[in-house]
Design a protein around this ligand. Structure first.
Ligand SMILES: [Fe+2]
Length: 235
């Protein structure tokens, strides 16, 4: 990637963060229809060696963009739903027209989940807030135990999906998994809650570098988690 593009990506950091999720502390809807691909907060190679540049480029520019294109194409036929935010559509997903329901689940989920995920990665060394560390200690014993439990859950996902750290309605931290592009904000989620951390365990997130070794990807990713952002999302 040339310097111009790298600079563009860098200067897009604040704008992307603000527009995509609104104020810190709330996992807000991802912009509005027609949805657009959010800029990354860092260059494709910034997360090396833990996540390689080619994986990041294909993951962001191809996979994520495809979810957006297909979501927009589906919503084109349903103008009444174009003005609703994605989170509203997730909230009423089981009530949507069948054709739209599938598109919102797969492509809307794909857009929201990836937009969320990009913000949770960083090449910089960051630490959780004291409040979040305290919550980790209370809920999981320690931050290391939280990481180990999330990695183990990520490994347990059969096929494609995500592992999440959510805040439940009872304000408790909980590790949950979803298949495909489902997420804990969807009305029919088995474990509902507000995500503060997510790890993509689709093969497209790691296969070029790690091949079948999802466990090594799940070990490596802890080196590039943006704990500052996770802390902002915890409330
Ligand atoms: Fe992905």
């Amino acid at each position: 990637m040339d310097n111009t593009r790298r600079d563009f990506i860098k200067t897009s950091v604040l704008a992307a963060g603000a527009l995509t999720f609104g104020l810190p502390g709330k996992a807000k809807a991802v912009s509005e229809y027609p949805y657009v691909l959010p800029s990354l907060l860092y260059s494709f190679n910034a997360l090396e060696p833990h996540i390689d540049a080619l994986t990041m480029e294909i993951h962001h520019d191809k996979h994520h963009k495809t979810y957006i294109d297909k979501l927009n194409a589906a919503l084109e036929k349903f103008p009444d739903y174009q003005t609703k935010g994605l989170q509203d559509l997730f909230e009423q997903i089981s009530l949507l027209p069948d054709e739209l329901k599938v598109a919102v689940r797969n492509h809307g989920g794909g857009h929201w989940n990836h937009s969320f995920f990009w913000q949770l990665l960083s090449p910089e060394n960051t630490l959780p807030s004291a409040t979040l560390i305290d919550a980790f200690n209370k809920s999981f014993g320690s931050m290391d135990q939280l990481k180990a439990a999330m990695s183990k859950s990520g490994l347990s996902v059969f096929g494609s999906g995500w592992v999440w750290l959510i805040v439940t309605a009872e304000k408790e931290l909980k590790i949950v998994t979803t298949s495909n592009q489902n997420n804990p904000l969807m009305r029919d989620a088995v474990d509902k809650g507000t995500p503060i951390l997510a790890i993509d365990v689709w093969e497209h997130a790691y296969y070029l570098k790690y091949q079948n070794k999802r466990n090594e990807y799940l070990d490596g990713i802890w080196n590039v988690i943006n704990w500052k952002r996770v802390s902002e999302l915890y409330f």
